[in-house]
Design a protein around this ligand. Structure first.
Ligand code: HEM
Ligand code: HEM
Ligand code: NAG
Ligand code: NAG
Ligand code: NAG
Ligand code: NAG
Ligand code: NAG
Ligand code: NAG
Length: 406
């Protein structure tokens, strides 16, 4: 009982711990030398942006509502696009952004246009060029820089009084596909975190910026991933291996049930903390979410809870229902393991296109698979040996015995 209490307390603590959702202004990393060198001489500042490998240089005119900007990033696909824009709303986000979008084309010159990105765009309405009233985009260029392999948008931007250069919400994005010949329509960008975190509020006077995806959020996301990989993804499967091979056969171990339960309770506790952090992360990301990852997560939490309760509520071993209970417990257990592995890979896909996490978890799975394989071979060797010793010449009974172990 104390373990459940412990879990509950930890869950509540995780949920209500004073994790601040308000970000602070921070200094950013300066641009790469190559990118900096490609900027017009008049530019005074240049920062690396947080995501998508983008870089951003600027200067403020003596009329402080006018700024010069250049933003560059790589576009990997042949028909990809690069967007940069500003948002007059209180928060920096996609909906409401007035953007310049530049299009890479397979065998023609790159082109660009201005777009009013709205909440309808986010819902899936087509994004078509429009004149922007509250912003005066002048001297726009969109070109490929051979030295840095960057595509770059440069413009002189006249901001209306809705905007403030001390706290300008700006948004950038890279998409992989667009359609059209003269009038270009960008198609939806991908949605893992790097594409979701590509906004910030910047103070152009001093070069500091604040974003939702600061170092604190990054740490929480790492903790979420690691705890889930250890709890659901390693300890629970280990508990299942213990239950399968340390039971009666091939390695009868008197305290196997205690080992199994310890493993499952620890895995469940650690996993639940990870899940709790996931809930918080989902709640803190106001403008986007990951419904499938979240749904599978809740399913996993709900049904592992049921499995854990099962450990207390299971019928007595001499009860008639025990066999059905056993089948159900095993079936649900294996289904959950499959779901957990699926969700961990989905989580890794959301987290980063970087393959390190994926390989780390593939490593864990290979380790577990190897242990299982060794035990499985050992089971068969022992089974064949036992059969030879007990009843030489007969094999049906032995086969049945093996089957009941499954
Ligand atoms: C055809 C065009 C576009 C479509 C259909 C589209 C669709 C979406 C959708 C559905 C989301 C939410 C994803 C989720 O909740 O999982 C999103 C997020 C986002 N999009 Fe777009 N988008 C488009 C163009 C753009 C452009 C041009 C920009 C940049 C100017 C941009 C920047 C962002 C950003 C920064 C987010 C993160 C969440 C937010 O700030 O609201 N998108 N997009
Ligand atoms: C079976 C294990 C896992 C469970 C139960 C779980 C649970 C959750 C939940 C409930 C959410 C909130 C979903 C939403 O409403 O948007 C979430 C988000 C997320 N999860 Fe997981 N997760 C698991 C594994 C992972 C792994 C291994 C990673 C890899 C790093 C990961 C990365 C993420 C990320 C990046 C988010 C979005 C964070 C944000 O919005 O800032 N998850 N997870
Ligand atoms: C960028 O270039 C300018 C000159 O154009 C120079 O003054 C500045 O130090 C450079 N910054 C970096 C980070 O290289
Ligand atoms: C852009 O969209 C906003 C709604 O987000 C609307 O209020 C505004 O009038 C639109 N501007 C133009 C130029 O279409
Ligand atoms: C636009 O560029 C031209 C030529 O490069 C320059 O003469 C002009 O002053 C620029 N306009 C603005 C508003 O920066
Ligand atoms: C770009 O650079 C490559 C080598 O890096 C060179 O072969 C090519 O001619 C350059 N293109 C232009 C337009 O300068
Ligand atoms: C400063 O620039 C803004 C935006 O382009 C313009 O509306 C305003 O008239 C300019 N102010 C002066 C004093 O030139
Ligand atoms: C712009 O924002 C700064 C800091 O928030 C504020 O001090 C300043 O008064 C604002 N300027 C205008 C013109 O609103």
């Amino acid at each position: 009982m104390s373990a459940y209490l412990f879990t509950t307390i930890l869950m509540i603590l995780t949920f209500f711990s004073p994790i601040s959702t308000t970000a602070k202004y921070r200094h950013s990393t300066p641009c790469s030398e190559d990118f900096n060198a490609s900027l017009p001489k008049s530019f005074t500042n240049c920062n690396k942006l947080n995501t998508l490998g983008a870089q951003f240089g600027w200067r403020i005119h003596s009329n402080e509502s006018v700024i010069d900007i250049c933003v560059g990033a790589m576009i990997e696909t042949d028909e990809g696009w690069l967007a940069w824009g500003v948002n007059p709303q209180a928060e920096s986000q996609m909906a409401g952004t007035r953007a310049i979008i530049g299009f890479k084309k397979p065998d023609r010159k790159p082109s660009w246009n201005t777009y009013n990105v709205t909440s309808e765009t986010k819902l899936g309405c087509r994004l078509m060029p429009s004149k922007i009233k509250d912003i005066d985009f002048r001297n726009v260029t969109f070109e490929y820089l051979n030295q840095t392999k960057y595509y770059r948008i440069c413009a002189t931007v006249g901001l209306s009084s809705e905007y403030n250069v001390s706290r300008l919400n700006h948004v950038w994005q890279v998409g992989f596909k667009s359609i059209g010949m003269e009038v270009m329509e960008p198609l939806k960008h991908k949605n893992p975190l790097p594409n979701m975190d590509s906004t910030e509020t910047i103070n152009l006077r001093v070069g500091t910026s604040k974003s939702n995806a600061g170092p604190h959020r990054h740490r929480m996301r790492m903790a979420h991933g690691v705890l889930n990989m250890i709890g659901w993804g390693t300890l629970l499967p280990l508990g299942v291996i213990i239950a399968r091979y340390f039971n009666k056969y091939p390695l009868p171990y008197k305290h196997w049930i205690r080992l199994h339960i310890t493993c499952q309770i620890t895995g469940y506790t650690v996993g639940t903390i990870g899940w709790g952090i996931g809930l918080w992360l989902g709640y803190a990301s106001k403008h986007f979410n990951f419904p499938i990852h979240g749904l599978i997560a809740h399913f996993i939490f709900a049904f592992t809870t049921l499995q854990m309760l099962a450990l207390r509520l299971k019928p007595h071993s001499n009860d008639d229902y025990r066999i059905y209970w056993s089948i159900y417990h095993h079936f649900l257990g294996y289904s959950l393991l499959a779901l957990i592995v699926v969700n961990i890979f989905r989580g890794i896909g959301i987290f980063s296109p970087n393959q390190t996490w994926r390989w780390a978890y593939i490593g864990v799975l290979c380790g577990l698979g190897f242990i299982t394989l060794v035990f499985e071979i050992f089971t068969w060797i022992k089974f064949l040996k036992d059969r030879k010793e007990k009843n030489p010449g007969e094999n049906d009974e032995g086969q049945q015995k093996k089957n009941t172990q499954m």
